[in-house]
Design a protein around this ligand. Sequence first.
Ligand SMILES: NC(=O)c1ccc[n+]([C@@H]2O[C@H](COP(=O)([O-])OP(=O)(O)OC[C@H]3O[C@@H](n4cnc5c(N)ncnc54)[C@H](OP(=O)(O)O)[C@@H]3O)[C@@H](O)[C@H]2O)c1
Length: 283
Amino acid sequence: MATIALNNNNKIPWIGFGTGTALFKKDANEATTLAIKSGFIHLDGAQMYQNEDSLGKAISQFPRESLFVTTKLNTLKPGETVKESLLGSLERLGLDYVDLWLIHRPESFPGKLKDVWKGFEEVYQEGLTKNIGVSNFDVKHLKELIDGASVMPQINQVGPFNPASIRFHAGLYHQLKPLLEFQKQYGIRVESYGGLTPIRNATEEPLNGALRTISESLSKRYGAPVNDGQVLLKWLQAKDVIIITTSFKEFRLKEYLQAFNIPALTEEEIKAIDDVSAPTAGL
Ligand SMILES: NC(=O)c1ccc[n+]([C@@H]2O[C@H](COP(=O)([O-])OP(=O)(O)OC[C@H]3O[C@@H](n4cnc5c(N)ncnc54)[C@H](OP(=O)(O)O)[C@@H]3O)[C@@H](O)[C@H]2O)c1
């Protein structure tokens, strides 16, 4: 599978299968197994989803080295260290290390992001995780964490559901630009979740209009049908963003992976989607 380089020279697969949202607090074994059998090798878990054990069951059926596994720190109990929390996740997942360990939400650690990040740097140096990063961080959270850090985050996973308005999907691109520009200075990659929100949200019909026009011309260039969701995946790819998505349906999982082979969007098509998300477009 194609990969994207991180600021520590490690690589991350361009698309990942998520075990949150529809699988939140549910057994993730069957859906994750289907995803891996369909071709996904990048799996996105979290302590908050309360299904790391079933994600681990799915993982155990495949060679560890062939997979890229993420989990996320939810909160710390009084006196608990970052390392103890990660060891708990590793035990539930049945793994010796994860590929990516993220702080799930900055709000969980008010005024303590620097301390928590020190713990992340320690487990990174010890090899319990290959990469470290954050999720749902805005510029102010990143500034707080980066100040005095010895390891830069590799990733900020962002999406449309965060109350602090940290969003990444096509309808909200312009709101996100300051964050993207800040991250670029430090080589912090953007990983998106909820990237398909515009086609699942009827209030964003203007974007749907743009997507339909693009999917028609892209289908002609590809020589096979391209749907609106795949156009959004191509737009995220054009923005150099790592994608986390999900589905229980085999055809959909294959459709996501197939998006990689669809021709890239033209500059005009990218701009058409960007412009729908501009403040003047009323979104
Ligand atoms: N860090 C965080 O705070 C955070 C928060 C939320 C989520 N996440 C992660 O991101 C993962 C994915 O989140 P998400 O569910 O929001 O992903 P998403 O990629 O925005 O949406 C996936 C959904 O889109 C639907 N879809 C795909 N193509 C479609 C099409 N052509 N037409 C209509 N519907 C289509 C699928 O429906 P079907 O099911 O019908 O195929 C699927 O349920 C989660 O599982 C989790 O791992 C992280």
